[in-house]
Design a protein around this ligand. Structure first.
Ligand SMILES: [Zn+2]
Length: 77
């Protein structure tokens, strides 16, 4: 994680947990940003550019919350 996300981190939420995805501009497939709603509150993400390493094309992409969506994942109970 190249940037400190402390400014947007919040307390984990127990109710809904999901992974934050963007669409890879190179391959066109959804890829996880590495963030999930257990560590950030999606609605409070500032519209800033964040960088991620893409597992689909092995490049780094810049993204912000306007191009991302949440995919709910099963809770590891
Ligand atoms: Zn990619």
């Amino acid at each position: 994680m190249p940037y400190s996300l402390n400014a947007i981190l919040s307390l984990p939420k127990d109710d809904v947990k999901g992974d934050i995805f963007i669409r890879c501009p190179t391959t066109g497939q959804p890829v996880p940003t590495g963030l999930h709603t257990g560590t950030v509150v999606f609605d409070t993400l500032p519209k800033i550019q964040m960088r991620m390493h893409c597992p689909a094309c092995q490049k780094d992409h810049w993204w912000n919350c306007t191009m991302a969506w949440v995919v709910e994942s099963a809770r590891p109970n």
